[in-house]
Ligand binder design. Structure first.
Ligand code: FAD
Ligand code: SF4
Length: 541
């Protein structure tokens, strides 16, 4: 018996195949159930909420939590070591918290002898070990995981009892009902519906401040000297559990990207709540102003850095949105900033989840623009002469983090303009970010960033020249390319590829009202100018 388990309740011998206690202080692995197991409650690595629906009728006398660390989850895409370490450390802390509440946990460690390396394989073993009467699971985030677990359970003669994920404001059923009969599924319409429905930033039936959107006040570039100061990041020094995980990840995934030297992400609910409070007090007031700005060597700026904690379910969007609104009502943050932030969490985050679950599995293979180029190898090394791209890629590979505009308007934009296969760029995004989970990453990548959904999410592709990056960052001043040139040796590859993109998709884009201006500008290019762009684009490819 481990510290934290309840001896009184769990006597007797562990059944054959149950793991024995490990020498590590860090990880609860032991359980020995007295009688038959009623429910095996599956807790996945991104379901770290003590109050999730899977626990609604949990009885520690008869039910058992099952958690498993498996290689497949880190290797089906070439995951950042920071992402792997975050998941494993948060899972081990969560298992300890569960035990603290007297809930018995069967915990499979990555390096346990006999670990099959996949969730399906481990579930099969757990079912054989415990032979539960039922298997309970809060709806998982990923289609792939749900399919694998259902398959493994079915093979063992079980049907998984799937319960709603209450973490979100909006259930998938509500989203499906909302989208029924609509020709398009624009975020803005959904966001206003959510604001009304949940009474967020509302004054009766009207939005506070009499406007739904404050973008005009937000989204500024930094002044020429850059930000005068940037608030310190909320750092969490590794404890014993995290240190053990870091050593394991170093040893088990030596070739994967990401440096573990400065690992400092929140891995418990308490730490995540502390990070939330720091964000509300120190960053939220200026979040809106600088949310689209980039500055070399400044990865964090005024961003919340809370996506990972939310996606692991350490904290929930309700408390995050409520704290932001309270800050505005208390006069601690301006409305423009608070609305800009709430739009991301109550709007975009809920919206992409609805899109994912109503559009899968077709979304995963969508390729409306028939993009067929391979992902450039430098996405995995950061070795490129394009200054903006080098900065975003190196930061991403080192820290497992880049903010939204770096993802959308640098790494994503380049891939869109180059015409990279959506499946390849999707795998890259899913691998490299600490907050990457498929339900949020896939719609953002395929829909918002690559227009592979043909316009389901966005009314037009996010296509721009290097001048956008010049406006929002100082990168171009230090680059060998010139964002104003579209052809020739010094032409900015973003600018060349933008014109090439318009030419390649001219027929499709001509029918899009929102692209009218861009298509009109394209019509001004004569044959020689078009040929020069094509030649340069071919050279870049
Ligand atoms: P902030 O910029 O401070 O934003 C606050 C919060 O709003 C975030 O924590 C996040 O929860 C939410 N949010 C903001 N934008 C979005 C959005 N577009 N979709 C959903 N939620 C949003 N976000 C992920 O959580 N996981 C991903 O794997 C992911 N992949 C992305 C891939 C691409 C190509 C793009 C363009 C965006 C992706 N995003 C993803 C959305 C967004 O970039 C990140 O949520 C954000 O950068 C995380 O940093 P932050 O916590 O500092 O967020
Ligand atoms: Fe990026 Fe082009 Fe500017 Fe260079 S010139 S930093 S490639 S946008």
């Amino acid at each position: 018996y481990r510290r934290g388990t309840t001896k009184r309740r769990f006597r007797g011998r562990a059944p054959e195949g149950a793991r024995t206690p490990r020498r590590s202080h860090a990880c609860p692995t032991v359980i020995a159930m007295k009688g038959a197991v009623r429910s095996l409650v599956i807790v996945l690595g991104d379901q770290l909420d003590l109050h999730s629906s899977a626990f609604d009728d949990f009885d520690p006398e008869r039910d058992l939590v099952w958690m498993a660390e498996v290689r497949e989850e880190s290797q089906h895409v070439w995951s950042s070591r920071i992402r792997i370490a975050l998941f494993l450390s948060a899972m081990r802390h969560h298992a300890r918290a569960l035990q603290g509440l007297g809930r018995p946990v069967d915990y499979v460690r990555l390096d346990d002898a006999g670990n099959t390396g996949s969730l399906a394989g481990e579930l099969r073993r757990a079912l054989a070990r415990w032979q539960p009467r039922r298997v309970v699971l809060t709806a998982p985030g990923d289609w792939r995981v749900l399919k694998a677990l259902r398959g493994a359970a079915a093979a063992a003669g079980h049907a998984i009892e799937l319960r709603d994920d209450r973490h979100f404001f909006c259930t998938v059923r509500e989203f499906a009902a909302f989208s029924q009969g609509r020709r398009t599924l624009r975020m803005e319409v959904f966001y206003r519906h959510m604001r009304r429905h949940h009474g967020v930033l509302m004054n009766g039936d009207e939005p506070v401040g009499d406007r739904w959107n404050f973008d005009a006040e937000n989204q500024r570039p930094f002044p020429p000297g850059g930000p005068a100061f940037v608030p310190d990041r909320a750092r969490v020094p590794p404890d014993d559990i995290t240190r053990e995980v870091l050593a394991l990840v170093e040893q088990a995934f030596p070739e994967h990207p990401g440096s573990l030297r400065d690992f400092d992400w929140p891995v418990t609910r308490e730490q995540a709540l502390h990070a939330l409070e720091r964000f509300i007090a120190e960053r939220l007031p200026e979040f809106g102003l600088w949310q689209d700005a980039m500055w070399p060597g400044e990865p964090w700026l005024w961003h919340a850095q809370l996506a990972a904690a939310m996606n692991l379910k350490l904290i929930g969007p309700r408390e995050v949105v409520a704290r932001a609104e309270q800050a505005w009502r208390a006069g601690a943050a301006p409305l423009a900033s608070v609305e800009g932030f709430i739009r991301q969490v109550l709007g975009w985050r809920e919206y992409v989840r609805g899109i994912y679950w109503t559009q899968m599995p077709a979304l995963a293979t969508a390729n409306a623009l028939e993009a067929d180029q391979p992902l450039p190898a430098f996405y995995w090394s950061g070795e490129t002469e394009l200054a903006c791209l080098a900065d975003a890629l190196r930061q991403t590979l080192r820290l497992g983090y880049a903010h939204h505009i770096q993802r959308l308007m640098v790494t994503g934009l380049f891939s869109l303009l180059l015409g990279v296969r959506p499946a390849q760029i999707h795998e890259w995004y899913l691998a490299v970010y600490v907050d990457a989970v498929e339900w949020v990453e896939l719609p953002n990548t395929l829909g918002m960033s690559q227009f592979a959904d043909g316009g389901l999410m966005g009314s037009k592709p996010y296509a721009a020249t290097g001048k956008y990056i010049q406006r929002m960052s100082p990168h171009c001043a230090a680059c060998r390319y010139d964002p104003a040139q579209r052809s020739g040796e010094r032409a900015c590859p973003f600018t060349t590829l933008y014109w090439d993109f318009l030419m390649r998709h001219e027929a499709l884009l001509a029918g899009n009202q929102r692209m009218a201006l861009q298509v009109k500008n394209l019509a001004r290019l004569d044959d020689a100018q078009r040929e020069a762009v094509r030649e340069r684009a071919a050279a870049i490819r």
